[in-house]
Ligand binder design. Structure first.
Ligand code: TZP
Ligand code: MG
Length: 201
């Protein structure tokens, strides 16, 4: 499958309502530590906005809610993957993306035949505490050589200025949180991302 080269990750349906109408085509709803009822409501809102704008919604972590709300794509980290019922996810017809940080995690991810794997953090990130040091650009090339046609999402500290580096090293898509959500003008920055990724779309 072909993924959009710009993969926006946000922590609320409000962000999705604000940024997806600008032309975002791939977005992940990544909510942490909220009651299921709030998450379900936000998934519904996000799904509706994405449907209106031809945007692929990916739900992080909450695969049961993603199934019950009729979504078609989930993203799981390694711990979530270990706990998840992958057969149930597949039976419900959902696509699956998996985070990876090292070779063992890549093997675990490939075993469930995901629609993409994500590699990170490419650069230092303020968003998430990780036990892995920044992976660097060369590792993108190695990962891509290992996975072949399977789409490779890169994540961690990515900015508009760093896009050509990750794509030239073999990334298929670049995921971003901070460079957009903590920008003084998130709408303008989103437009810059859309335009800067045009070559790889
Ligand atoms: N996994 C690896 S890095 C990261 C995640 C979820 C966070 C990326 O966020 P940012 O703000 O774009 O560095
Ligand atoms: Mg997770």
């Amino acid at each position: 499958m072909k993924l959009d080269p710009f993969y926006l990750i946000v922590d609320s349906s409000d962000w999705i309502a604000r940024l997806v109408p600008l032309g975002v085509k791939l977005v992940q709803l990544r909510i942490k530590d909220q009651p299921d009822v709030d998450i379900a409501r936000q998934i519904r809102e996000a799904k509706s906005v994405c449907a209106d704008h031809g945007c692929q919604l990916v739900v992080n972590d909450y695969w049961q809610l993603a199934i019950s709300e009729g979504c078609d794509f989930v993203h799981l980290g390694q711990e979530d993957l270990a706990d998840a019922d992958v057969d149930a996810i597949r039976k419900a017809g959902l696509k699956l993306g998996v985070s990876t940080h090292d070779g063992a995690e890549l093997s675990t991810a490939l075993a469930v035949q995901p629609e993409y794997v994500a590699l990170g953090p490419v650069y230092p990130t303020v968003t998430k505490e990780l036990k892995w040091a920044p992976q660097g650009l060369e590792k993108i090339t190695r990962w891509k050589a290992d996975i072949g046609d399977l789409p490779l999402v890169t994540i961690g500290g990515l900015t508009v200025e760093r896009l050509s580096g990750v794509f030239e090293h073999g990334a298929d898509s670049a995921a971003v949180i901070t460079d957009i959500t903590r920008n003084s003008d998130p709408e303008a920055r989103t437009r810059e991302w859309i335009s800067a990724t045009k070559t790889w779309r």
